[in-house]
Design a protein around this ligand. Structure first.
Ligand SMILES: Nc1ncnc2c1ncn2[C@@H]1O[C@H](COP(=O)(O)OP(=O)(O)OP(=O)(O)O)[C@@H](O)[C@H]1O
Ligand SMILES: [Mg+2]
Length: 316
């Protein structure tokens, strides 16, 4: 039993297309239905969260999408403005133009600034206790390490002064395994599993955030067991498509495709199992592994998110 929902800040990441947005939205929905004040934030403002929740745009200021559930998209410039206004108490009203221009200049010159403003905003929501849980639809494997490592990098760069004290509190939140964790999503395929294993290693060595769990998404159900497989083998090998076609009054090609589809289902499932086996071995005791089934329904948007949330609930 892993108490994912007892944490304050969860980063959902994984290879592109594995289901990060789907899982982040489902986790958020589940948390909100458990009575937690929940924020789901997409770090790359692609509009995927608004598609998942079937709501309008999800601005930086947040949009209420259900009871206890707010969705937002990251905007580093707005994050800087909020920081200057609320935290540093710099009166920026009316001087947004120059600040924005200066920001672009600084962000280009100082690597890590955009990342700090992203992570900073998320940690700020936790520190201010605006929400019980912040779920982040984070960047894909390639970029997430840089984001999570940014506060450490800046901290090491600036050993004294205001900046240091600004990153210290972030690091405190990020390092705390009771509060913060990464939810690493993958699928039962070769590349997503390889990237997941690689990322699990890099999280441990290069970032302050620990791995809370690994989720294998789009896992195929076992459509055929050994016994059913034997039935199909006998049908195909002992009786043959022509004999079956005659008995069924069907075209031999149709019978062949039914038998072929059954073989394919077995092969795909077996391949997937091999990849999952490798995932289990390589992740080892490092983190719990959860499974989410492949949804065959044509559902998308909120209906799909609800189904995934239900499966997650059964796994937690
Ligand atoms: N368990 C599932 N069963 C079937 N389809 C799924 C499942 N999970 C996700 N999908 C589908 O897979 C596609 C990719 O999912 P999603 O957008 O969540 O991935 P992502 O990792 O956020 O992608 P990106 O890297 O582009 O942001 C979507 O069409 C989604 O509906
Ligand atoms: Mg996405």
């Amino acid at each position: 039993m892993i108490d994912l929902l007892a944490r304050r800040l969860l980063f959902v990441t994984g290879k592109g297309g594995v289901g990060k947005t789907t899982v982040a939205a489902a986790l958020g929905l589940l948390a909100s239905e458990n009575g937690l004040r929940t924020l789901v934030c997409e770090v790359e403002p692609k509009g995927d969260l608004s598609f998942a929740f079937e709501c309008g745009p999800t601005p930086f200021q947040g949009r209420q999408v259900a009871r206890n559930l707010v969705a937002m998209s990251m905007d580093t410039e707005a994050s800087l403005r909020e920081y200057l206004h609320h935290v540093a108490r710099v009166p920026v009203v009316g001087r947004i133009g120059p600040v924005a221009r200066a920001f672009d200049f600084v962000a280009t010159a100082a690597p890590g600034i955009r990342e700090i403003l992203t992570i900073g905003k998320l940690c700020y929501e936790v520190r201010e206790d605006h929400y019980d849980l912040v779920v982040v639809d984070a960047a894909a494997t390639g970029h997430v390490v840089g984001q999570l490592a940014a506060p450490t990098g800046i901290n090491e760069l600036v050993r004294v002064g205001v900046v240091r004290s600004q990153t210290d509190w972030m690091l405190e939140i990020l390092r705390d395994t009771r509060q913060t964790g990464v939810v690493l999503v993958t699928t039962p395929e070769e590349m997503p599993v390889s990237e997941a294993v690689d990322l699990a290693g890099r999280l441990a060595t290069e970032t302050p955030v620990h791995l809370a769990c690994v989720i294998a998404n789009r896992v195929l159900p076992e459509l055929f067991g050994r016994a059913e497989e034997q039935v199909f083998d006998v049908l195909a090998d002992s009786y043959g498509t022509d004999w079956l076609a005659q008995r069924l009054k069907a075209a031999p090609a149709e019978v062949a495709s039914v038998l072929g589809a059954a073989r394919l289902a077995v092969t795909v499932r077996r391949d997937g199992s091999a990849h999952l086996e490798r995932l289990r071995e390589e992740i080892g005791e490092g983190a719990p592994l959860l499974y989410l089934p492949y949804l065959f329904s044509r559902a998308h948007g909120m209906r799909a998110i609800r189904q995934v949330a239900q499966s997650l609930k059964e796994e937690l």
